[in-house]
Design a protein around this ligand. Sequence first.
Ligand code: CA
Length: 655
Amino acid sequence: MNQKLSYKFRPLLLASALSALFFTGSAIASVNTNDTPIFVKPVSNLPQDFILGMDVSSYVAQKNSGVKYYDFKGNELDDLGFFKQLKDCGTTHIRIRVFNDPKNAKGEYYGGGNNDIETAKKIAKLATDAGLKVLIDFHYSDFWADPKKQRAPKAWEGMSADQKAKACYKFTYDSLKSLFAIGAKVDMVQIGNESNHGLAGEKDWANRAKIHQAGSKAIRQIAKEQKHNIQVAVHFANPEMIWADELNKYKVDYDIFASSFYPYWHKLSDVKSVLKQVKEKYGKQVMVVETSYVNTLEDGDGHPNTESAFKKDDKMEYPVTPQGQANAIREVVQNVWEIDGIGVFYWEPAWIPVQELPKKNKEAVIAANKKIWEKYGSGWASKAAAEFDPEAGEYHGGSAVDNEALFDFSGHPLPSLNIYKYLHTGHDAPISVEKVMAREFVIEQGKKLNLPSKAAVRYTNADIKRYPVVWDEKDVSEVNSGKLGIFIVSGVVKADDGKNYMAQCTVTVLSHNYLQNPGFEAKEGWEIQDKNNSVGIIPESNNLRSGSNCLKFWDDEPLHFIVSQKVKLDKGVYVAGGYLQGGDAGDSSKFVVGVKVGSKLYEANTNVTKWKEWKQPEVSDIVIDKDGTEVEFFITVDAQKGTWGAFDDMYIYKK
Ligand code: CA
């Protein structure tokens, strides 16, 4: 396959070609299924007290909806049996989210498990009775709190930060007291959920810290009264050093700095490195409090899943099978253990369909599921959520993670449910070829491509072996034909099982980019004028578009910076631009990308809208009428305080 492209369409097609490769990559591999036993190499020296947690916050709503769960022999489990099975599978802790008041004035619940404190109490009691420890995850909102949404509970609206802190103390104290009153023991409490950019409606750190501190004080008080050790945790969707610095600056009392880690969006080495720094600099304990991985790309309940075959930008590093889930979890645990972190939690392993969709005539079941989600709150949001969260009201529905559960769509445990136990003991299973690792190459037009002589083959136990590959000569000659575009080169690999497997690599042939370090992979070439230290060239996997680095900006002061590069161009017509994403810039902020040729300015104005929504400011028809003309490529930002985002993949091409 090859395609001649204009420079304008290249990024779009590059993305789709790459994702096509991921999925054909899975298809050519010998993929194991849900029934295949999983192979797990033990994590050596993993302490017996390493926390291996599961967040089953939707459990009560699921059971109210008629969902059944089974043991490995096919017997239906009662409530206590469900939690005992989790324990038998190596789980140590159960995480439970709490919304303050997730219902409207009519008493209609918002969904997402309808997790008020009453619902949380039921789950916590079952966990305690099954011999599991409990982590309570206070959102301090009436519905989901995340990096974009930290709305204060309805009852706290209009309050000052000091008043909210008082309300936080009371809510935390009363909630925890009511848990202990029914015999549910709480061992760990999270003050806030994914509180990257705020807490209970407060964005300013001085105010946020007051709420954090009040929550912490309530937890310490309850621990004293109950004579029971309770650890205090904070949680961010991805870890950044600045938050640990702010917590330290305002002397917030806490024990554990926790992060999420999702393999599709985050880079494990980044998460590991920041957690390690927090541990070393501030002496805090660290853990990953949310992770998960897909066992299929199918949807089980009629509500689209977060990760599906349509989600083309998300990388599937592991097989999309229970074995892949096991490999993904093992790698997180191994890495957290290596930095002496205390644990890992899996997010919502039991949020399966309320009724599994049949192969045919799905519509009737989807309609029935919609009614069940509304009635019992077993979907991520119900219509009633609209008053508190308009977006949730618009997109309300079922489970977006039924394909990331550790149960199948009908409630039977997958082999991956045993992963926590196997991390200590290991588990043997026949090993097979999982896939031939895909490769990507980018070359400049006119340069010849040297393809590797060997291809890496990955096995289901994550071992990698390299075998000689025979590349298709016709595909190779297409790449070297001098055309621009994206090319897929196929080849054949013979593995040690005697079978032939298809190898593939994607080769992108680009016209010459006149910028040095266009993707900020190094600092050379760029000049930064920035008085407030709001911008920098850094590795930041959450915000980049390609490679390992990007030009990241953020400040709690107004941002004013210019990043520029001088380039010599020969006579011709050029196009210049790049990519930008970010948020919290309001309407008055200015983002300009352009080129200065003598006294003539070519400028493109742009703005940021939301995370990973890439804008592409571009100027074209830049006329250079003399060889060796020096021009200046520039990025200028004047933005309000709190603005954040990143530039990546800047360019100047000849037309
Ligand atoms: Ca679904």
